[in-house]
Design a protein around this ligand. Structure first.
Ligand SMILES: NC(=O)c1ccc[n+]([C@@H]2O[C@H](COP(=O)([O-])OP(=O)(O)OC[C@H]3O[C@@H](n4cnc5c(N)ncnc54)[C@H](OP(=O)(O)O)[C@@H]3O)[C@@H](O)[C@H]2O)c1
Length: 316
């Protein structure tokens, strides 16, 4: 497995396993580790960190891996952006996972929302208990300084940002004492994000792509944009390239990302798909095939908060 070296010297595997909407998480995580995955991409918002931790514990107890073999990733939810809330919730999330540090801890979204007590609502999502989206006053700088403190006290080895765009990164880099090691954003052939990737990489920030299969992950949520959009798996450009290399469409979509130097974190409930995805770096696409897939770009973003909240235009 190829590793990506981060700007702080830490390394992460280029192919990891995504945990959003995973069911029976303990078994899925345990099986993913047994299959060879070493990076697990979790978040407070996925609501399954305790179960993920149970899967990790079983793999460690059975001697499949040691803690230091794993890259455990989690994210700070929007309701914990105030500086006084970052460390306590991180400690709580670490407890759920049963570990004493995260390898990467991200700011999940560049938007601060009013606090919701996780003992009352977990995961609380985007709204307060009365169903309203309410912003809080914490700035990204305040939150980032609290994230840096997590590194100082050993709760996170690397810190990163997710769903940030160029202007926010430029601003963050002005004051960051610890530069973000990783940027995690939506990237697939319908949303290529060439400039953002180039900018981040030029700044020494590794990029992780989420939703590598485009609409696929959002169809079960019945989001219109995803339902109305042709599946990437069946797109003639993708299927022709898959036949050329005797690979699946999924493997071609993942290789298109990894050949751009991106880390990937495909989610697969189905263990055969999980294996297929892990085995997606053992061939190389010709440059003209990478270009043909990039040519499918439509600047089509599926994970766009106004589409499901009617507010928070973070990508406008
Ligand atoms: N930072 C953020 O805001 C953010 C947002 C979204 C996601 N993420 C992270 O990124 C991870 C990946 O994104 P995602 O889960 O949204 O979507 P994804 O990995 O693009 O797609 C997952 C979907 O593709 C299917 N699939 C997986 N492998 C396949 C294969 N080889 N062939 C056919 N179908 C396949 C899965 O099916 P089955 O599961 O049924 O097998 C599932 O329906 C998430 O799990 C999460 O960790 C982060």
């Amino acid at each position: 497995m190829v590793n990506i070296r981060l700007n702080n010297g830490n390394e992460i595997p280029q192919v990891g396993f995504g945990l959003w909407k995973v069911e029976h998480t303990a078994d899925v995580v345990y099986n993913a580790i047994k299959a060879g995955y070493r990076l697990l991409d979790g978040a407070f918002d996925y609501g399954n960190e305790k179960e993920a931790g149970a899967g990790v514990k079983r793999a460690i107890d059975e001697g499949v891996v040691k803690r230091e073999d794993l890259i455990i990733v989690s994210k700070l939810w929007n309701t914990f952006h105030e500086k006084g809330r970052v460390e306590p919730i991180t400690r709580e999330q670490l407890k759920w996972w049963g570990v004493d540090y995260f390898d990467i801890f991200y700011i999940h979204f560049p938007v601060a929302l009013e606090y919701v007590d996780p003992n009352v609502s977990y995961p609380s999502g985007w709204t307060t208990l009365d169903g309203k989206v309410r912003q809080s006053k914490a700035t990204i700088q305040e939150t980032w300084e609290a994230m840096e403190h997590l590194v100082d006290i050993g709760l996170a080895k690397s810190i990163g940002v997710s769903n940030f765009q160029g202007s926010l990164l430029i601003d963050l880099l002005r004051y960051a004492r610890i530069r973000p090691a990783v940027l995690q954003v939506e990237i697939h052939p319908y949303l290529v994000q060439e400039e953002l990737v180039q900018f981040a990489q030029a700044e020494g920030i590794a990029v992780t792509a989420y939703a590598s299969f485009g609409p696929q992950s959002f169809v079960p949520l019945k989001w219109d944009k995803a339902v109305d959009c042709p599946r990437l798996f069946d797109h003639p450009v993708v299927t022709a390239i898959a036949s050329k290399y005797n690979k699946t469409s999924a493997q071609v979509l993942l290789r298109w990302s990894t050949q751009r130097g991106l880390a990937i974190i495909p989610k697969a409930q189905n263990p055969l798909r999980a294996l297929e995805n892990l085995d997606s770096t053992s061939f190389d696409l010709d440059p003209e095939d990478v270009k043909a897939i990039s040519g499918l770009n439509r600047n089509l973003r599926f994970n766009n908060p106004p589409d499901y909240l009617g507010t928070l235009y973070i990508f406008a």
